[in-house]
Write a protein that binds this ligand. Structure first.
Ligand code: PLP
Length: 475
């Protein structure tokens, strides 16, 4: 019967696993990106009950290798060109190991003072790195979905308080509306529902030919709502849409938000990291009019999932919406410190600042810039090749690391048939196991997304993607 691991047994097993991790990070490109498994394959091989007696760590490691690893999709594989990247990096992984060992609950300053203060410092570093003005304060959230929920709840809080102050209590019961482009991420729909607006109060604003929100259409929808007594509470602008990385025009949207007293939330989950690059800083032009911004270092900034940067202007309002201080959590320092449990939904919080701190220090700004620039250049290069090949259509402008493409209809061929060929092409490329691409729909057409952003992804992997796409184009 296995008992509590001794420190020496832990050390020995830890060394074995660190060796395994080092090999994995070196060799990840040799696996199939997506495993060749069927639903239920793992479940069938596992017992239905937890073991009565403890098992030795060697057996657990062996089963990890034999049972779990064959069913893993390798997000760090250089041929992983799917969704958006969710990078890890050696310093981030090591920091995660320390975080796990400390096991600190970072809900209050007192529950781990260094964790709170490190979070404050790294979020200030990050704020400056992406060029946000000083009025924004940062906090780490688990995901962009949670951060957008926090923004929507804050917007509701402000709109309700404003309406009541301006027009009396009766106004506080007026319906609230939120606005986002037809290309917004589904997390915005969720946040609108969870924040109590109701899905029907999310107004979808049409987009232009580059898939960016049309301010004229937004203005019209807001005016219609105001005319019928609905309060325009929140406008969500997306910088880097999930479908095509379109950038909504913040200056024009900000002007509308200001005119109507609406909260402006900017969802830059993927693309926000690119604002570290001076030549991409324009993507946040107009951010001064925003009330909140979210982006994910756990996407493009080499920091293990989860790590979301949320920046907000009105901290007292945030605390009013999310604060909860039962007696057992009160401390003598509360007036002088940040208690981050009051900045989001949950009470308990992981110590996420350590990995971000190590990533920023280990790579330095220059290393991060080089990482981001490499992907932007690779994407621009692939886009030029797609645009020059008459069998393909470049389906959206390329601003960052994402290239959207589809097969051009052949003479006399309908759009639906070309869509079906594009889908078959994607399936053929993915069946090789050497790459993983995903799809979306843009302007009603089936589109392949080539998302270049992996830490290990280089020109040879993009060349392979283009080679396989070209080979399949005539099929
Ligand atoms: N917003 C945008 C624009 C995204 O692309 C994504 C995910 O890709 C999200 C939000 C959701 O991110 P998370 O998984 O951190 O909730």
């Amino acid at each position: 019967m296995a008992t509590e691991m001794t420190p020496d047994e832990f050390r020995a097993a830890g060394h074995v696993l660190v060796d395994w991790m080092a090999d994995y990070l070196r060799d990840v490109g040799s696996y199939r990106v997506v495993p060749d498994v069927r639903p239920g394959d793992l479940r069938r091989r596992l017992p239905a009950e937890a073991p009565r007696e403890g098992e030795p760590i060697e057996r657990l490691v062996a089963d990890f290798r034999a049972l779990v690893l064959p069913g893993i999709t390798h997000w760090g594989h250089p041929g992983f060109l799917a969704y958006f990247p969710a990078n890890t990096s050696p310093p981030s992984i090591l920091a995660e190991m320390l975080t796990a060992a400390l096991g600190a609950q970072c809900m209050s300053w007192q529950t781990s003072p260094a964790a709170t203060e490190l979070e404050q410092v790294v979020m200030e570093w990050l704020r400056k790195l992406v060029g946000l003005p000083g009025g924004f304060t940062g906090v780490i959230q688990d995901t962009a979905s949670t951060a957008s929920l926090v923004a929507l709840v804050s917007a509701r809080e402000r709109a309700t308080a404003f309406a009541a102050a301006r027009e009396g209590l009766a106004a506080a019961g007026r319906p609230l509306a939120a606005y986002a482009s037809a290309e917004r991420h589904s997390s915005i729909d969720k946040a609108v529902r969870l924040a109590g607006f109701g899905q029907e109060m999310l107004r979808l604003v049409p987009v232009d030919e580059a898939f960016a929100l049309r301010p004229d259409a937004l203005e019209r929808l807001v005016a219609e709502d105001v005319a019928r007594g609905v309060v325009p509470a929140c406008i969500v602008a997306t910088v880097g849409t999930t479908g095509s990385t379109a950038v909504d025009p913040l200056p024009a949207i900000g002007a509308i938000a200001r005119r109507h007293g609406a909260w402006l939330h900017v969802d830059a989950a993927y693309a926000g990291s690119a604002a570290i690059l001076p030549e991409r800083r324009w993507i946040l032009d107009g951010i001064a009019a925003a009330d909140s911004l979210v982006f994910n270092p756990h996407k493009w900034l080499l920091t293990n999932f989860d790590c979301t940067a949320y920046f907000v202007r009105d901290v007292p309002l945030l605390l009013r919406a999310f604060g909860a201080s039962p007696e057992y959590l009160r401390t003598t320092h509360d007036a002088d410190v940040a208690n981050f449990r009051d900045w989001s939904v949950q009470l308990g919080r992981r110590f996420r600042a350590l990995k971000l701190w190590w990533v920023l220090r280990s790579y330095g700004v220059e290393g991060l810039e080089a990482h981001l620039r490499r992907h932007v250049a690779l994407a621009a290069d692939l886009a030029a090749r797609v645009a020059a090949d008459r069998r393909f259509v470049l389906a959206a402008p390329v601003h960052f690391g994402l290239v959207c493409l589809r097969l051009a209809p052949r003479p006399g061929e309908g759009a639906e048939s070309a869509d079906a060929r594009t889908k078959a092409l994607l399936e053929r490329v993915n069946a090789t196991g050497r790459l993983f691409l995903t799809h979306t729909a843009l302007a009603g057409r089936y589109v392949i997304r080539v998302a270049i952003g992996g830490r290990l992804t280089g020109p040879e992997h993009v060349d392979l993607a283009w080679q396989l796409l070209q080979e399949g184009a005539d099929g």
